[in-house]
Design a protein around this ligand. Structure first.
Ligand SMILES: [Zn+2]
Length: 155
């Protein structure tokens, strides 16, 4: 931004009519250009004083300080906006990856169940055989228990 453009945007900046991009460019110029900074201080003091007179308010004691605060809050707003944008992007990324992960898990579970059913149908394993398998496992468990009880008996 050059001085001409900065002068053009000055009143808009003071009236808070600039968009984010222009505010950033304007503040950057003010930061590096003492002439425009001085001009801004004078214009701000005049405009604020006139507004205060119009509104029958008390006049500020230190316009420069007020202006500095205004510039600072503008900078802070810029930073906040950028940070919150970045944070929002991070949160969004996390949420999206979580959703993908959850979808993947449930899809896998469904697929596994379908695979099991499909395998059963192909291999011709009927419900009865599955119960037989379960019985085998049960008897094996019983056997272990039996051994345990024998050991206890020996002692
Ligand atoms: Zn300048």
């Amino acid at each position: 931004m050059d001085c001409k453009k900065a002068m053009e945007l000055m009143t808009q900046f003071i009236n808070e009519q600039l968009n984010t991009e222009d505010t950033e460019a304007f503040l950057n110029h003010i930061d590096s250009c003492p002439e425009c900074r001085e001009e801004l201080e004078v214009t701000y003091s005049l405009m604020t004083a006139m507004k205060q007179l119009d509104a029958d308010e008390d006049l500020s004691e230190n316009y420069i300080e007020e202006l500095n605060q205004k510039i600072e809050t503008c900078y802070l707003d810029e930073l906040k906006r950028k940070r919150s944008c970045a944070r929002r992007r991070v949160v969004l990324a996390v949420v999206v990856s979580l959703l993908v992960l959850l979808n993947g898990i449930t899809a896998n579970e469904k697929r596994e169940e379908e695979d099991r059913r499909f395998l059963r149908r192909i291999t011709g394993i009927e419900e009865s055989e599955i119960t037989k398998e379960n019985e085998v496992i049960a008897t094996e468990e019983k056997g272990e228990n039996g051994q345990n009880s024998e050991c206890e008996n020996e002692e």
